[in-house]
Design a protein around this ligand. Structure first.
Ligand SMILES: *[C@@H]1O[C@H](CO)[C@@H](O)[C@H](O)[C@H]1NC(C)=O
Ligand SMILES: *[C@@H]1O[C@H](CO)[C@@H](O)[C@H](O)[C@H]1NC(C)=O
Ligand SMILES: *[C@@H]1O[C@H](CO)[C@@H](O)[C@H](O)[C@H]1NC(C)=O
Ligand SMILES: *[C@@H]1O[C@H](CO)[C@@H](O)[C@H](O)[C@H]1NC(C)=O
Ligand SMILES: *[C@@H]1O[C@H](CO)[C@@H](O)[C@H](O)[C@H]1NC(C)=O
Ligand SMILES: *[C@@H]1O[C@H](CO)[C@@H](O)[C@H](O)[C@H]1NC(C)=O
Length: 495
């Protein structure tokens, strides 16, 4: 068995458990399906190395031909009021489609929330969820850092006091086409999904979005995201640099619990399981002795397969995306809403969001699904059948960004077992950067919010204490403090 199949096996098991619990396609399935499990394709695809990936982006001419007339479209995108929205909303919201390929009829859906204060000077933060194939609207906006969360009745919204639009204008992009409101009229486009198309479509989206919102041209711009967006975010930043598209004033990127280097990402998970007392000493010893997670490793020992099986079995009853979180034992929504809490994340939240976003009145208010898509809304794409290209590492692009003066924040919720802090530390070590400001605790409200270290070229690594994979869901106040410091170029508070 090749090492990639180990991961396939491990993650399919997680997927299997999850799929039993819910018919819908959700975030945890997608990372498994397309990231840890594409070994078969990887070895045959030399074009997925990061250098050839980078050179095969859209030509400058190709980009120009895709700048469409967006004038007068902004006002039509204004969201007057979302169903169930609370009173006293003090910011503007916009949502709608931006065409990225007229010939094929491909359009990406966005949801834009202006900053509650100083929208005219605060930066723009683009947020991307991963998967590949998961929704930035359903996860990012409705469960993590957006201004509203959905109550357990699936109908009523409440304010998230720690929303990132406290400090930025936040743009949520459903990417690529096929996720979930974003679509193509040429169905065969879905089978051509991959890292490269995702990056070029996102660039075309941005160029057209700035035509629609010209007052934002040149504003400080940050790209953020989580999980598989560890690929999307650096790749889009690279595409922006390559095109020298000056209207996008790229300042930095921030990626959370993000995959950036497959070998260390895979290995680090098992180290996390052992250091967090989830698997036996014998199991980790066998993994260390017999497993080789390198994508070039020709084979693996049966001892390795056995140890991986043992590890899978040991974690199978947990939510590996937050090993200390309670599980959701109910399906659907409640008739009357439970008292919500921004601080204690409800593990059944995805049910409420799914119900809310499948409501046709909500879709109408968001100007979504105007072509009457023939599938229902779910957290991750049901129409993307495969993922065509995926370099095994983002490290060269991260180097490139740093040497171009783009600030990079890598952050980790330290309760996540899927892309855990151990994986990230191993991956960052491979960048071979010197420490500039040594490892220290950072504080919020007299408590340790996490730890932080700054490397040369201003690469910052920050942990968020007590957060799972979706950091702002579990530690919203700490997540907001972290992003605020990053955007404003400040040090996280010390004692
Ligand atoms: C762009 O669209 C607007 C509104 O439909 C129209 O008034 C304008 O003439 C168009 N501009 C170009 C260059 O086609
Ligand atoms: C897709 O097709 C529908 C129906 O013909 C059309 O209304 C829509 O504008 C098309 N989308 C794009 C992006 O061209
Ligand atoms: C893993 O396999 C690769 C490729 O065969 C090899 O270069 C590397 O040394 C191996 N690593 C270990 C720790 O054995
Ligand atoms: C949805 O529409 C597409 C494009 O017309 C078609 O290929 C597909 O089979 C349809 N799916 C279902 C479930 O009807
Ligand atoms: C889009 O709208 C149609 C009804 O017009 C509905 O059946 C379908 O579930 C919706 N799809 C999504 C992705 O929301
Ligand atoms: C790092 O950040 C500081 C403060 O923002 C800035 O002065 C310095 O030029 C940056 N260094 C690099 C290598 O970008």
């Amino acid at each position: 068995m090749k090492p990639s199949f180990i991961c396939l096996f491990f993650l399919l098991l997680l997927c299997f458990l999850h799929c039993l619990a819910s018919g819908a396609v959700r975030q945890r399935d997608a990372l498994n399906k397309f990231y840890f499990n594409n070994g078969a394709r990887r070895s045959s695809s030399s074009s997925s190395s990061s250098s050839s990936w980078a050179s095969s982006l859209l030509s400058v001419f190709g980009l120009k031909s895709k700048v469409y007339n967006n004038s007068m479209l902004k006002e039509g995108d204004k969201v007057v009021r979302l169903p169930g929205q609370p009173e006293g909303v003090n910011f503007d919201q916009y949502a709608g489609y931006v065409t990225v390929d007229r010939a094929n009829g491909r359009a990406l859906f966005y949801y834009f929330v202006e900053a509650a204060k100083n929208s005219g000077s605060n930066p723009i933060v683009l947020w991307l969820n991963g998967g590949p194939g998961c929704s930035s609207l359903g996860y990012g906006a409705m469960e993590e850092l957006g201004p509203f969360r959905v109550m357990s009745d699936g109908k009523t919204l409440y304010r998230n006091p720690y929303a990132w639009n406290e400090v930025a204008n936040v743009l949520f992009l459903e990417s690529p086409a096929g996720v979930v409101f974003s679509y193509s009229n040429t169905t065969s486009d879905y089978a051509r999904s991959g890292d490269r198309r995702t990056a070029t479509d996102a660039l075309v989206f941005l160029v057209n979005w700035f035509e629609r919102f010209p007052e934002y041209k040149g504003r400080d711009f940050f790209i953020t995201g989580e999980s598989y967006a560890g690929h999307y975010v650096p790749q889009l930043a690279h595409a922006i640099l390559t095109h020298k598209y000056r209207l996008i004033n790229l300042k930095g990127i921030a990626i959370g619990n993000a995959v950036i280097n497959k070998e260390t990402d895979s290995k680090g998970a098992f180290d996390y399981f052992w250091t967090h007392a989830l698997i036996a000493d014998e199991t980790i010893r066998a993994i260390h002795k017999f497993c080789n997670f390198s994508s070039d490793a020709p084979w693996t020992a049966p001892e390795c397969d056995r140890a991986i099986d043992e590890a899978n079995l040991a974690v199978e009853e947990l939510d590996v995306y937050n090993i200390y979180a309670p599980l959701c034992f109910s399906s659907g929504v409640t008739v009357t809403p439970k008292l919500p809490s921004s601080e204690n994340f409800d593990p059944c939240t995805s049910n409420y969001v799914e119900s809310y976003l499948n409501n046709l009145e909500v879709q109408k208010a968001l100007h979504a699904n105007i072509t009457k898509l023939n599938y229902t809304w779910s957290g991750c794409s049901q129409v993307i059948p495969s993922w065509s290209d995926q370099p095994p590492t983002m490290l060269p692009i991260i180097h490139e960004l740093l040497s171009n003066g783009i600030k990079v924040l890598k952050y980790s919720g330290d309760f996540d077992g899927v892309v855990p802090v151990t994986s990230t530390r191993c991956s960052l070590k491979k960048l071979k950067l010197k420490v500039k400001a040594p490892w220290r605790a950072w504080m919020l409200n007299s408590e340790v919010g996490g730890y932080t270290v700054v490397y040369d070229h201003n690469l910052t690594f920050t942990t968020v204490r007590g957060a799972g994979h979706k950091v702002p869901s579990y530690q919203p106040a700490r997540a907001l403090e972290m992003i605020k410091s990053f955007l404003q170029g400040l040090h996280l508070p010390a004692i």
